[in-house]
Design a protein around this ligand. Structure first.
Ligand code: ADP
Length: 479
């Protein structure tokens, strides 16, 4: 049997987890490259604009402003445009355009139509080969003449190339981003993978394998390993207890089952008379009923002792709970001429499982009457003692000897002098298990031939109020 997770599921989950990281990394890379492209563009533009301005300043230096628009004469000394593609002078609708470049390079037609205030960087030219652009700077001189100077530049093309490169890098960055994301997920999941492998190792080793190796857990998983080990220990303890209960039940049932078998074998002997057969069948029925009730009670005790008993706790009015059980035993007590006095302090309530707690009262009262004195008494009382309520069942019956007192709580223990009375030896065992499951205690004080006093101590509900309606009594005695 394989305990490992399905590989396809793991890869898919890993990819899904990586997607988030991948998007973050990829967007990060793209944003970085975008920022870089803007930065480069700014630098290149600044360089171009400064260059044109410097060249224009050199050109204008020393030239009289008045002669600038004079088309006939030289505009100041020297005809060179300082490497500028063109210089354009505009004043009141008149314009003069100077250029040393060939008409193929400079689109004069477009230049003539340029707004006299236009300034720009990398204004594209009507150049079919797209080999360059203009960087244009405009300056207004004191005489009201606007001077526009432009330089033919290839930097914009260089920038275009850079942008294309960056765009490619952004696209190509997807792959390293994915690899990085997968690596992050792999690193992040490493402790979980180790935990999964440790659990698989435990499962494959079988039930005898004990705990997760917490020393290999690493700081991030130490607490998780510790808690998982607690859980494993708790489960193991439960399994052991249940196993022990099962062994006990099997052992305890062996005697009645052997008896059952013996009766059946006796009945199957040849020539048995019909009335003997009928007796045997009735014995079998009785014995099987006995086995069934033993099983039921023992399973309940096992549940209570292992902490798996499901208690339906609710507010239980003690007066009516005790009154219900007492009413149930009225005729049994009368048969033995025993007076039952039920005098609990009024208004007391418990947080308890109504049926189970009634079974506790029933077992104690049943014993008090069963082992009570002909013509004697049983007194039931309940009173507050600190944070508890103490419920006492006292009788003046046969009592229990000192050396028996600690054994009466054992499963299937029956006092020597009690064998004449019907019983399974499970009542007090059940009483103690249920009381302890409610967070309480039960103890006995007894004197041989004087009587016994069983005290149940249970946590008290602080605000005592109201009474509760009596419920069905059909389930009261027995588990
Ligand atoms: P059962 O009553 O079926 O024998 P229990 O578990 O209820 O089993 O009681 C165990 C033993 O404790 C009894 O067999 C009896 O010897 C003793 N015992 C219980 N209650 C009393 C009592 N009120 N007076 C004297 N002995 C008692």
């Amino acid at each position: 049997m394989s305990f490992g997770p399905v590989k396809a599921d793991v890869s898919l989950a890993r990819l899904r987890a990586a997607l988030r990281y991948f998007l973050v990394f990829w967007l990060g890379i793209a944003a970085f490259l975008l920022g870089l492209s803007f930065f480069i563009k700014d630098r290149l533009r600044d360089y171009d604009v400064r260059d044109v301005e410097e060249r224009l300043s050199v050109y204008l230096a020393g030239r009289p402003v008045s002669g600038l628009m004079d088309k006939s004469g030289p505009r100041g000394g020297g005809g060179s445009l300082q490497g500028l593609a063109f210089i354009r002078f505009v004043k009141a609708g008149e314009q003069l355009l100077l250029s040393e470049s060939s008409p193929e390079q400079v689109d004069f037609h477009r230049l003539a139509g340029l707004d006299s205030g236009a300034t720009g960087v990398w204004i594209s030219m009507a150049d079919p080969e797209k080999t360059g652009t203009w960087t244009i700077v405009t300056r207004t001189l004191a005489s009201g003449v606007s001077v526009q100077a432009g330089k033919y530049t290839g930097l914009s093309l260089l920038y275009g190339g850079v942008v294309r490169l960056l765009r490619l890098a952004a696209l190509g960055g997807g792959l390293p981003a994915l690899a990085l994301a997968l690596a992050c997920v792999r690193v992040g999941l490493a402790p979980i993978r180790r935990l999964s492998a440790d659990i698989v190792a435990i499962l494959e080793e079988g039930r005898t394998a004990l705990l997760l190796p917490s020393e290999a857990a690493g700081p991030e998983l130490a607490d998780l390993y510790r808690r998982l080990n607690q859980l494993l220990q708790h489960n193991r303890q439960l399994i052991d207890e249940m196993q022990a209960s099962l062994d006990n039940v099997a052992h305890d049932l062996r005697t009645p089952m052997t008896r059952l078998r013996a009766v059946a074998e006796y009945a199957l002997q040849p020539d048995r008379k019909p009335e003997k057969l009928r007796d045997a069948l009735s014995d079998c029925l009785e014995e099987s009923e006995r086995v069934l009730s033993m099983l039921k009670i023992m399973m309940s005790v096992a549940e209570a002792e292992s902490g798996t008993m499901h208690l339906q706790k609710e507010r239980v009015d003690l007066t009516s709970s005790l009154a219900d059980v007492t009413a149930l035993y009225e005729y049994v007590a009368e048969d033995k001429n025993i007076t039952v006095e039920n005098r609990p302090q009024p208004g007391l309530s418990l947080q308890a499982d109504r049926t189970r707690i009634a079974q506790v009262w029933a077992n104690l009262l049943d014993n008090s009457i069963k082992y009570g004195k002909e013509g004697g008494w049983v007194r039931i009382s309940a009173a507050v003692d600190g944070d508890s309520v103490v419920i006492v069942f006292a009788d003046n019956g046969m009592g229990i000897s000192k050396n028996e007192q600690h054994r009466i709580w054992e499963r299937l223990y029956r006092g020597d002098r009690s064998r004449s009375q019907p019983g399974l030896g499970l009542g007090l065992n059940y009483v103690r298990a249920v009381v302890e499951a409610h967070g309480g205690t039960v103890e006995v004080a007894s004197e041989l031939h004087q009587g016994s006093r069983f005290s149940v101590r249970l946590p008290r509900i602080q605000r005592e109020s109201g009474t509760e309606s009596a419920r069905s009594r059909s389930q009261i005695k027995g588990a």
